[in-house]
Design a binder for this molecule. Sequence first.
Ligand code: ZN
Length: 325
Amino acid sequence: MKIALAFAEKGRGRVRPNPMVGALVVKDGMILGEGAHLEYGGPHAEANALADCRSQGNDPVGAELYVTLEPCSFRSPEKHNGPCTEKIIEAGIRRVIIARPDPNPKVMGRGIAALKKAGIEVVAGVLEEDSAALNEVYEHLISSERPWIHLKVALTLDGFIAAEDGSSKWISGPDSRARVMEMRRDCDAVLVGRGTWEADSPSLTVRDSEGRELPGYQPRKIVFSGRESGGTLFDRLCALRSEGVHSILVEGGSGVFNSFLTEGLWDRLTVFQSPDFLGSGIPFCGSLGIGNIGGKVQLKGRTTEISGRDVVISGTREDMACLQV
Ligand code: ZN
């Protein structure tokens, strides 16, 4: 399943807002075919793995299929592919091992039920958390009207995002800046507040270490005026989603972070903590109305890594729930 999850990564940035999925056809401990969902609207991972198996002259009859997400089992006018469950049954697969049941209400358990009904043995929940983490954007979009929101902040050792004059360039080191470029490439849009936009003139583009804009995909730029804070913020985000913005990287400043955090409109927070300090400056997010240590915001599923001279702490607002189907 770890190999199948690595295959799923091949679809990163290419299949959204659909999930990244990987699949392997295995017989007698040998991988006979491998596949991933590679293009939005393209064949699903299961179909690609079966096709790969056959193209090498291998027979999938009696084989096992490892797949990182429950195979789909429905047809609809918006859907580009027929049900993968039918392809698996037709191929004579003996056993299907699934990482994560599909949280899409149109599938959730129905794919597993269809396979079992055809006499196929099914094992679900193998490395389920890894699959859910891989597709955290998809998981969010299934259950919410707004885009997935990733807050990204670079902090000094004493918790400031900028000096008193508003300047904030190069708080984090080059390794961290390279990571930010990957985070931008992974989102449909990058958002900053007007204050940050005017103080720093950030390009908000995906660039190389020399500052040159990289060819290929660039996220949409969104500058918030500040008028969106308060109850209008949620509506503005939903409007962006209806325009095809499914994921947003929010890069500040303080007022913007405060609005998103106060209203609970965020899904992941990544902090780049630098080893420099300023003594005074612009705080990360201002008051969140938390008067007591018992009310502190705690990141779930937290990871802590070293990035060059910085420490990177990342986590989510909510825990991933295992699905019982
Ligand atoms: Zn499918």
